[in-house]
Write a protein that binds this ligand. Structure first.
Ligand SMILES: N[C@@H](CCC(=O)N[C@@H](CS)C(=O)NCC(=O)O)C(=O)O
Length: 372
């Protein structure tokens, strides 16, 4: 066993594991990650062997298991400053964490964390809405009262942000509208590269835990699998042919995404409905810290659910997780709706480069988004 090892569950579903992971990432303490997929025939025996509580997360320091997200957070807070320094402010921060750890049962029950899924038509039960309202009030109060020296709830990052990060994912997944300071705070959490590295694991996980998958229309975001290659070609070719003509650069990329995008260090994301690929998006390396956002398309029959925007947001999140400093894209001025999505995400027009027109005859605009 390595000197320090963090035992976690499925990145997609295990909210307590995510909290410990964020605390670890922000503490700077090094530990290997060991994942136990939960609720499988093998997992109970594995957990019984490795976890004193039979649950995850567990942080091993040598052979010593520290179990429960709160105990792990407190241990890491002895290695790095993860609480506010003022005793009374720290006590308030601890109250927020304790309330999350012990409460908000309706929110946790009705809106299970599912980092890769989106339910655009979800009806929030009243009890869960009451929890959400209470949390939003706390976030607004904390940002206003304690958050002046940074974008986190208590200014600098603290364990409170780890404990509420899964709530941010839930609010996104179930389409809960946010405003003002609360919306800005949710963006801060979403843009955290450590959270995004966790989600990159979620996009690639194959397991499905049925009780964490509420019924109703949903789409999921997944990473690259060779089984998606044909859909990648078909969806993109259909989209290009609808407006333009397929160019040699398209044929090259669409026929071999693994060779031209994945192996050189890029990423592919797919939106799926009932196991069928309905949307695609690619991050193609352009240079150190730079990626091109490309191959963003959604099947005509699935337009209007916000899938394209969520795919772009997921791709930009992945870019942050990969440590990118800038994402560019090339497009066509006639594609008003797509350009509007890019603008809302913060992209701004920059000059076309010499090779843009060589690569695609149709492109007449380049946009860039610095990831600060
Ligand atoms: N109070 C614990 C809760 C841990 C917990 O509920 N873990 C879940 C995964 S998120 C688990 O291990 N479930 C598997 C099981 O109970 O068999 C903590 O804060 O760490």
């Amino acid at each position: 066993m390595s000197p320090q090892m963090l035992l976690v569950g499925n990145a997609n579903y295990s909210s307590w594991s995510l909290r410990a992971w964020l605390a670890l990432a922000h503490s700077g303490v090094q530990a290997q990650l060991q994942r136990i997929p939960l609720y499988t025939p093998a997992s109970a025996a594995q957990l019984a062997q490795l976890s004193p509580s039979g649950q995850v997360p567990v942080l091993y320091v040598g052979n010593h298991p520290i179990y429960d997200s709160l105990a792990i957070g407190e241990y890491l807070a002895e290695q790095a400053p993860l609480w506010p320094t003022d005793p009374l402010v720290r006590a308030t921060a601890r109250s927020r964490v304790a309330e999350m750890h012990a409460g908000f049962q309706a929110l946790r029950h009705h809106l299970p964390m599912n980092g890769r899924s989106y339910y655009p038509d979800f009806a929030i039960p009243a009890a869960a809405q009451a929890d959400i309202d209470r949390i939003n009030t706390h976030w607004a109060q904390d940002r206003q009262t304690y958050g002046t020296d940074g974008p986190w709830l208590y200014g600098k990052w603290s364990l409170v942000d780890a404990f509420y990060a899964p709530v941010v994912l839930r609010l996104r997944s179930y389409g809960v509208p946010l405003e003002g300071a609360v919306q800005a705070y949710a963006h801060t959490v979403w843009n955290d590269p450590a959270l995004q590295r966790w989600l990159m694991m979620a996009y690639d996980e194959p397991e499905i835990i049925a009780q964490s998958e509420p019924s109703g229309f949903k789409y999921e975001i997944h990473g690259w699998r060779p089984a998606y290659q044909q859909a990648f070609y078909d969806l993109n070719a259909a989209w290009i042919k609808r407006y333009f003509t397929l160019e040699p650069e398209d044929e090259k990329m669409l026929s071999d995404p693994e060779g031209y995008i994945v192996r050189p260090g890029g990423r592919l994301l797919f939106a799926l409905v009932n196991g069928e690929v309905v949307g695609t998006c690619a991050l193609i390396p352009e240079g150190p810290g730079h990626y091109e956002l490309a191959k963003m398309t959604v099947a005509e029959a699935f337009e209007g659910h916000g899938i394209g925007r969520r795919l772009c947001e997921a791709a930009l999140g992945v870019a942050r997780g990969l440590g990118a400093t800038q994402v560019d894209l090339v497009s066509q001025r006639g594609l008003g709706r797509a350009l509007h999505v890019y603008q809302r995400l913060g992209f701004r027009e920059v000059p076309l480069t010499a090779i843009d027109r060589e690569r695609y005859q149709r492109c007449d605009i380049r946009m860039a988004l610095p990831l600060t």
